[in-house]
Design a protein around this ligand. Structure first.
Ligand code: ADP
Ligand code: ZN
Length: 610
């Protein structure tokens, strides 16, 4: 077996990378010094190397606890491709395979063993652990220990035992969940009191955040995908099974390769769809939140929310599935008044205790505040997680690229509120549509039926069009000056409305502009701006990669990431030595694939002589 001198050597020779990412080296050194660590790093930050490299530097086997079978398989496959001796143990294995792996483990022929939480807790496995040399324990997705989180796993609460059983073995807990409650829970439950905490920035600089008003959602979604991601993999999040089915069918009809994913599908179908999403290219997954945890696919180029998520945490987590490979990616969302009412409705109707409902409503409101914000979205996201973003302008969100216009909307607000006031005591409630008809002086059948054309407020809002009024009303709902009765979506005044009507407060709102166009110049943000012939070569290399992937029945990104292929297409290495210098080409992959890719590249640039 190979022995490595330093973490940097492992990074270069095994993984083919030339430099550590921020934080990685320090964490690795800490583990090599046999100390415990809690690592908080965003998705795509490079957590895996923080335990994989020590595993290769230290004597013995590293035990990695991971809650998701799919994730384990993926990681082990990727490690094996890089020539690392890794295996996993979970319920998906046959008896014979399990025996084989256990033997490898017992005879010290593994550098890493991935196990499920259930397995780790079993007496049988603990007995095996007592017989071998363990280099470290890595507890991945450590937030699963927290009852408050979204992925609570009771098995995780028993891991504190590792400290008693193996006091000398360093433990590293890792998570991409940023909030403070979860962090405290991890430390408490895993008995990590003396550990060092490593916190990276949670910024995802390669993700461009955009939020638009839902106007014609299907057209908006279609325009977004057609114009910006016609051949890419992406996820479209919807609120319900029914919505998933509808949107999937729609996109399918538009000629895209689309798969649905929600809890109503059988486990088999879900697995099949997930597998295809990982292994094929250019697939759009239309899904509920049931989809995503443990999806390690690095080249998801966009995450679209066609319905609102329920909190900032969900939004961050779901959008975070885009661009793990660090290449430019989009987080795109549309929402409207109906979404707000619907989500509030869900909360009201749930069986949760009142206290819980209150928390959920507060979380929803913070998300709505984010949606309507007129300043940098990145800053808003990071501040939500108590991180200070040092700049005012990130140059990579809609508000920074295309600053929205705000105006003093006190008079507009007063017009709407007085209109609601005039009609609120009638026998029927009225929705936004009707109120807007009155304001804009439209003599519709319904307006005439209720004699609302006789009201003093009739036609006082002709200077705004219907979209502008919708936007004003939506913002006033979010600000708490209008309430919406959930069943019929009728509007009413709130305790705060009087302050506006009496001019005690000023109201500043965002001016409505339909689908702001991102400036052309700012649109391209590519790492390697591939020119025409490079793009062609990149496509060829992807084809070659896909043929290898198919032959070995593994996702293409396990072989090489897009980033690696782009670098190949750009630099066009002409020898194996040059090929070895491409980021992501380690020694094992160079041996296995170097020649084939080299030939493809050079056949492309030197046309055969006639
Ligand atoms: P996380 O688990 O934090 O979401 P990963 O460990 O999967 O992130 O890493 C994300 C991607 O970044 C992976 O494709 C990984 O190979 C790559 N990566 C990690 N560290 C480095 C590095 N030092 N240099 C280049 N790429 C890296
Ligand atoms: Zn910004």
């Amino acid at each position: 077996m190979l022995t490595y001198k330093s973490p940097l050597e492992v990074l270069e020779r095994v993984f083919g990378y030339e430099a550590f990412r921020p934080g990685q080296e320090e964490i690795i050194r800490h583990i090599l010094d046999s100390k415990d660590a809690l690592v908080l790093m965003p998705t795509g930050g490079g957590k895996s190397l923080c335990y994989q490299i020590p595993a290769l530097c230290l004597e013995g086997t590293a035990v990695i606890i991971s809650p998701l079978i799919a994730l384990m398989q993926d990681q082990v496959m990727a490690l094996k491709e890089s020539g690392v001796r890794a295996e996993f143990l979970n319920s998906s294995l046959s008896y014979d395979k399990e025996e084989e792996i256990t033997q490898k483990l017992l005879s010290g022929r593994l550098d890493l063993i991935y196990v499920s939480p259930e397995r780790l807790n079993s007496e049988g496995f603990k007995n095996i652990l007592k017989k071998i040399k363990i280099s470290l324990f890595a507890i991945d997705e450590a937030h699963c220990v927290s009852q408050w989180g979204h992925d609570f796993r009771p098995e995780y609460t028993k891991f504190y035992i590792l400290k008693d059983l193996f006091p000398e073995v360093p433990r590293i807990a890792l998570t991409a969940t940023a909030d403070l409650e979860t962090r405290d829970d991890i430390i408490k439950n895993l008995h990590l009191e003396n550990c060092r905490i490593f916190i990276s920035s949670f910024d995802r600089p390669n993700i461009r955040y955009r939020v638009q008003i839902k106007d014609r959602e299907r057209k908006q979604l279609l325009d977004f995908i057609k114009n910006e991601h016609p051949d890419d993999s992406g996820i479209v999040y919807c609120i319900s099974r029914k919505r998933v089915e509808e949107i999937a069918e729609f996109l399918n009809g538009e000629g895209f390769k689309v798969l649905p994913y929600h809890a109503g599908l059988s486990q088999k179908e879900r697995e099949k769809n997930q597998d295809r999403f990982l292994k094929e290219e250019s697939i759009i997954m239309v899904a509920t939140i049931a989809f995503g945890m443990g999806i390690d696919k690095p080249d998801v180029r966009f995450v679209a929310h066609i319905d609102l998520p329920k909190s900032m945490e969900s939004y961050y987590q779901e959008t975070g599935r885009a661009g793990r490979d660090g290449l430019p990616s989009d987080a795109w969302m549309v929402y409207g008044l109906k979404d707000i009412v619907q989500l509030n409705n869900f909360i009201n109707r749930s069986n949760a205790p009142e206290e819980q409902k209150k928390i959920e409503k507060r979380k929803l409101n913070l998300l709505l505040g984010y949606s309507e914000t007129v300043s940098c979205r990145r800053k808003a996201i990071l501040e939500y997680f108590k991180e200070n973003y040092p700049r005012e302008n990130c140059q990579n969100c809609d508000n920074c690229l295309n600053p929205p216009v705000t105006y003093d909307a006190t008079i507009d607000a007063q017009k709407v509120l007085s209109c609601i006031y005039r009609i609120q005591n009638e026998r029927f409630g009225f929705g936004a549509g009707h109120i807007i008809e009155i304001l804009t002086g439209k003599k519709s059948e319904k307006v005439l039926k209720f004699n609302h054309d006789k009201l003093s407020v009739f036609g006082i809002g002709k200077d705004n069009d219907i979209h502008q009024w919708q936007s004003i009303i939506r913002q006033l709902v979010i600000l708490g000056y209008i309430k919406v009765e959930p069943e019929y979506m009728t509007l009413g005044l709130t305790g705060e409305s009087a302050k506006v009507l009496r001019s005690l407060v000023k109201v500043r709102l965002r001016k409505y502009i339909l689908q702001p166009k991102i400036k052309q110049a700012a649109e391209k943000q590519k790492t390697y701006s591939l020119n025409g012939s490079d793009t062609e070569l990149f496509a060829k290399l992807k084809e070659l990669r896909l043929s290898f992937a198919k032959a070995e029945n593994m996702p293409p990104y396990i072989i090489f990431h897009d980033k690696t292929l782009m670098e190949m297409a750009h630099k066009k290495p002409s020898s194996l030595e040059e090929m070895g210098k491409i980021s992501g080409v380690g020694e094992t992959k160079l041996k296995k694939y170097g020649k084939a890719f080299l030939e493809k590249i050079n056949q492309k640039i030197i046309p055969a002589a006639h």
